[in-house]
Design a protein around this ligand. Structure first.
Ligand SMILES: Cc1ncc(COP(=O)(O)O)c(N)n1
Length: 452
């Protein structure tokens, strides 16, 4: 028997950039990101850098004819749907790309000048040459420092970013995304300027130096989304969201600051099935142990997040909770992503301060349960509801859980919420994995079941 082939045709994306032997930035980051976003990645290498997480040790520029040959080899054969440029190194390379612009659709220009390590990746005299390429760009994506070089304008707040964006559009770019990562402040504001409108994208700043490869990853994600047919603002928005996760869950490799996690979303999607299976295993264990004594009046929620969860739809939980019946505890329905709101949000709030926490279960709060928590061997965290800001009252449990984890002395095994004791008072058991959560519940249950 021969099997029929089943070819797929992902949109082809071309990156024209430098090689980073350290794997975090450049061509390596671009290809990983393009594939993660569902494109087929092709490349034209401009320069081979000897580089790692501590800096750039060497650079070898390829002959201009070799760079041109790579671009032409790709363009002549593939139906290229989008192109991104990264490290172009010299004015000759910038001009080469500008000369080919007519056959380079959806051109995303990341005007790479200096690496995160501080090493120069563009000859100083080549900065002016960018003007010719910017004029051809669908979108140009400078950080604040690059925008300042390109426009001669200090970019130190969102108003200046918008002005710099307008300057770049005036230079002929269809649009400019002026990135706010290098502008100080707790919120990162990225500003997208087109001829007709200005859109700002805001994210809480993530406290890490491991941003190596962030510009490459963002521009590659935007190019790939444009290749899929997204409009500009959707492509930019989804690229920024991907990068926020890629920076938060950065890869801790090498002696220097790590790199962004190019495959973060791919890995998270792949973890959905094992995550819901893990929650199902917890549910079975609770049924087997008949943990009636721990089940709150309203029912018990068991929830688990994917490893890089950001939103409640990445939290698997028992739909309709686990409740007490005449013969033991029973889940009302199956495990589904997005089934829980309250415990899901509490777990996500906990992860803002301790991303190792992935599983949670809410139990009755009684004196006996509280006494039993001491035997869990982890910190027991709590919070003062009086400290809750007015704005957080709609999500009081999430706020309290986040607050408790933030102020906990080490990763907590449980969070006690004393609000409305007897009515809403609860204890949320937490764990990094499902087996630990089961053993925590069993430990508490063993201690209280005879008195219940
Ligand atoms: C080959 C190459 N291209 C681009 C960058 C910029 O990336 P970053 O600013 O994150 O170091 C880099 N370091 N190396």
């Amino acid at each position: 028997m021969t099997r029929a082939d089943g070819p797929v045709t992902p949109p082809v994306v071309l990156t024209v950039a430098g090689s980073d032997s350290g794997g975090g930035a450049g061509i390596q980051a671009d290809l990983k990101t393009i594939e993660a976003c569902g494109g087929f990645g092709t490349s034209a290498i401009t320069s081979v850098t000897a580089q790692n997480t501590t800096g750039v040790q060497g650079q070898h520029l390829l002959p201009i004819a070799e760079i041109e040959a790579q671009i032409e080899a790709v363009i002549e054969d593939f139906d290229v749907a989008a192109v991104k440029t990264g490290m172009l190194a010299t004015s000759e390379v910038i001009e080469l790309v500008a000369d080919h612009a007519a056959v380079l659709p959806n051109l995303v220009v990341d005007p790479v000048m200096v690496a995160a390590s501080g090493d120069r990746l563009l000859a100083a005299e080549a900065e002016d040459a960018y003007e010719s390429l910017i004029a051809e760009a669908t979108v140009v994506t400078p950080n604040a420092d690059e925008a300042a070089v390109l426009t001669g304008r200090d970019v130190d707040d969102p108003a200046a970013a918008e002005q710099a964006g307008r300057d770049l559009v005036e230079m002929g770019a269809d649009s400019a995304l002026v990135k706010g990562g290098h502008v100080p402040g707790d919120t990162v504001v990225d500003t997208l300027v087109t001829e007709d409108e200005v859109t700002t994208f805001r994210h809480d700043r993530i406290d890490t130096e491991a941003t190596h490869g962030s510009g490459c990853t963002l521009s590659s994600a935007i190019a790939t989304q444009l290749a899929h047919g997204d409009d500009l603002s959707a492509a930019v928005g989804s690229g920024i969201d991907l990068l926020a996760s890629a920076v938060r869950y950065n890869v801790d490799v090498g002696e220097g600051p790590g790199a962004v996690h190019h495959l973060v979303r791919t890995r998270d999607d792949a973890a959905r099935h094992p995550t819901s299976e893990a929650v199902e295993r917890v549910v079975s264990a609770l049924v087997d142990a008949d943990v009636s004594a721990l089940v709150p009046e309203r029912g018990m929620t068991v929830a688990g997040t994917t490893p890089y969860a950001e939103t409640p739809d990445a939290v698997a939980a028992v739909e309709g909770r686990i409740t007490r019946t005449m013969d033991g505890v029973r889940p009302n329905r199956g495990v589904r992503f997005g089934a829980s709101t309250t415990v899901a949000r509490a777990l996500l709030a906990a992860r803002e301060h301790d991303p190792s926490l992935r599983f949670a279960i809410d139990c009755r709060l009684t004196d006996a349960v509280e006494d039993a928590l001491a035997s869990l061997g982890g910190a027991i965290a709590s919070y003062d509801p009086e400290e809750r800001p007015d704005g957080a009252s709609a999500d009081a449990i999430a706020w309290g859980t986040g607050r408790a984890v933030e102020t906990s002395d080490g990763t907590p095994a449980a969070v006690i919420g004393r609000e409305g004791v007897g009515v809403g008072g609860r204890v949320t058991l937490l764990a990094a994995d499902a087996d630990d959560l089961v053993s925590r519940v069993e430990t508490v249950h063993e201690a209280v079941k005879d008195g219940a």
